[in-house]
Design a protein around this ligand. Structure first.
Ligand code: ADP
Length: 206
């Protein structure tokens, strides 16, 4: 299955991506994680991306699209993937569509995690992650940067919702509630509730 996970910063995309991908038996591909790994590994890509990330801006499309293309060409993504954090602009979405078409592939669905903005700000400013055994705040989770990232989302990424809706691919999921509840909603929207995701016919109980 080829799925895109859409949603504002703080909606829980990273958490859901891991769980849903495992259920679907496809790799979760997070552009944010790939960028962060490159920043800490001090690669050239990391150096290119860092200033944008720290400012809460999007990394330019040329850089991001090239990175995703090469990731999608890896063997584990042949049979499917769950993209987390990509596409984030209409241009990225169009490039994704044409890269997939070149491979004779297309998306099966797009899940949008919906959370209201007050809740997002609350979640992001309280969020910490484990680095070298210590709980630290991500550089781009500082309050000013959070506000800017939400603005960038509203302006550049939220139009993707209409883009995928018009293609008949979009499902909107209420992303408030326990992690497992949100996962259930997501799998149900994909028609991949437990038992069905292996490709077995959905006969039997539901
Ligand atoms: P969040 O969803 O919490 O904002 P991510 O981990 O997805 O965080 O992304 C962190 C940062 O990485 C973004 O603010 C941006 O600078 C960069 N980034 C991630 N994905 C993309 C993308 N598809 N296009 C451009 N920049 C991206």
């Amino acid at each position: 299955m080829r799925v895109v996970l859409l949603g504002p910063p703080g909606a829980g995309k990273g958490t859901q991506a891991q769980v849903i991908a495992e259920k679907l038996n496809v790799p979760a591909i997070s552009t944010g994680d790939i960028f962060r790994a490159n920043v800490s590994g001090q690669t050239e890509l990391g150096q290119q991306a860092r200033e944008y990330m720290d400012a809460g801006d999007l990394v330019p499309d040329e850089i991001t699209v090239a990175m995703v293309k090469s990731r999608l060409a890896e063997p584990d993504a042949k049979a499917g993937f769950l993209l987390d954090g990509f596409p984030r602009t209409i241009a990225q979405a169009e490039q994704l569509r044409s890269s997939l078409a070149d491979l004779g592939q297309e998306l099966d669905g797009v899940l949008e995690l919906v959370v209201d903005e007050d809740e997002l700000v609350r979640r992001l400013s309280g969020r910490r992650m484990l680095v070298d055994g210590e709980m630290v705040q991500r550089d781009d989770d500082k309050p000013e940067t959070v506000r800017h990232r939400l603005e960038v989302y509203r302006e550049q990424t939220s139009p993707l919702s209409g883009f995928y809706e018009s293609e008949g691919l979009l499902s909107r999921i209420d992303a408030i509630g326990a992690v497992e509840e949100v996962t259930e909603r997501a799998l149900a929207a994909l028609g991949a509730t437990d038992g069905a995701e292996t490709g077995d016919s959905p006969a039997g109980d539901d």
